[in-house]
Design a protein around this ligand. Sequence first.
Ligand SMILES: [Zn+2]
Length: 191
Amino acid sequence: MKNVPVMISNRHVHLNREALDILFGKGYQLTVKKPLGTPIFAANETLTLAGPKGSIHNVRILGPLRPYSQAEVLRADCFRLGVTAPIAMSGSSNMARIKLIGPAGELDLEKGLLVAKRHLHISKAEADEWGVRKGQNLKLKVGGERPLIFDAVEVTITEMPATVHVDVEEGNAANIKNGDLVEVLLSKESK
Ligand SMILES: [Zn+2]
């Protein structure tokens, strides 16, 4: 069993250069509202997500720019938008259609909407030490007043200290907040 801090994410958008040019104007630069751990930051800039049934305004953009554009939303957001988005890892090719609306233009992404699959970030060195590998699904145990075991927490290897990422709905379901420690159950303990 390993204790790992949790980070809870709300709906947000990642953009590439081309998308930022269309939505905010050619050559536009995102400005930093709040650093979220190098190099990631919450930008001051927001945009609107538009689906067939409704829109969601003031959706935060996370910088820096990426090679691809995608919106990560909550399950409840999908009902508001009228879209069925897959639960997938960031950067997946399995995404739903969504329209992004910025101050300078609109962008219809054929594949650009997902509900983030909960995951564990871990460094290569730690993964080796723990005996886990990329793509593996682990269980996660939360204590407190709304104790819960999350299954299907996917391992992703990145050079950041071990951190669990869940979204606001998952965090609320387990009554946890940013920085709380949760237990990652390693395979021999989770059977
Ligand atoms: Zn993450």
